[in-house]
Ligand binder design. Sequence first.
Ligand code: OSB
Ligand code: MG
Length: 367
Amino acid sequence: MNLESITLYPLRMPLVAPFETSFGRATDRECVLIEVRAGGLTGYGECVADSNPGYSYETVGTAVHILRDYLIPPLLGKPVPDPKAYFAQAAPVRGHHMAKAALEMAFWDLKGQAEGKSLKTLFGGIHDRVEVGVSVGLQASPAALVDTVAGYLDQGYARVKIKIKPGRDVEDAWAVRTAFPHLRLQVDANSAFTLADAPTLQPLDDLHLLLIEQPLFEDDIWDHAKLQGYFKTPICLDESIVSPRHARYALEMNACRIINIKPARVGGLANGLEIHDLCQSWDIPVWCGGMLETGVGRAANLALASLPNFALPGDISATERYYHEDITHERFALNPDSTITVPDQPGLGVTVNRAALEKFAVGKIEL
Ligand code: OSB
Ligand code: MG
């Protein structure tokens, strides 16, 4: 099956509500949808790089550049790469994992469609529904945060993550914990603190949090190992784990007791599977992070999260938490038990709504 053509659609989609983290506030979400044609089939991939380099150095602009000028040209007219082998094949391009992961997702979609198997089946997933939570951005005040969290609990979410940053840390978490004593609660700092902040953060250790996500620098596994030594609450790494190798470093250094797997950050779903297996062999639970994906990326995350060692609820919320209108016909709804059902149709198991795609596309690059 030869790869005939690829189209990149940079998208800008309005979010249902602004999303604020320690690195910024977004009212729209930007990403790139990749459409790959081969053998009469069309596979889709989502590049989760944002409009700005706040979470990662990759952006929509760098992803389009790397895809258009380096990753895609050697693929055209050649057999569609085996998705498990693609990351190694793309090694001449250093870094740019989100750009690579978007292509790899489309190759998985094509493989699943060609073989009549869902991604869940291809990955060896064992759950038909996966436990999910909601990631709540910074709000105007601790009281406003408690109100927002209450709204999500009414919708049925059984696990909540709140964003923290310096000056909006212990007080915010304490307010939510006090309002909801039994809530499964965790915090995410997106690299906003340093080791010198450890005494300030210490009270978090008494709030019965599931985990403290990425408190320190994104490229710093070593100081996380020191910080984990001061806390009984598990540290969970997100930004710092950019490959299976980095996962191994973190485990060998005791830098965390939980890992957040975002397939795009680690270079693709195959690397996500490898980190899942590595962590399982270390008895370290993982969970699936999110990047405010459209239905395309959400379908892939659900398939990945159906594996056995995804032992904690994922940041994979219902479509309506993110978008009034999505680019897939399928919308993901929250089941009453705080789960979302994993797609079971071949490939990603979602179909793209052309009208919505045209509406949200801010460009179109045909290769
Ligand atoms: O750190 O987990 C993060 C969104 C964008 C960038 C980074 C993060 C997030 C989230 C949202 O927390 C998770 C979701 O998709 O619901
Ligand atoms: Mg995070």
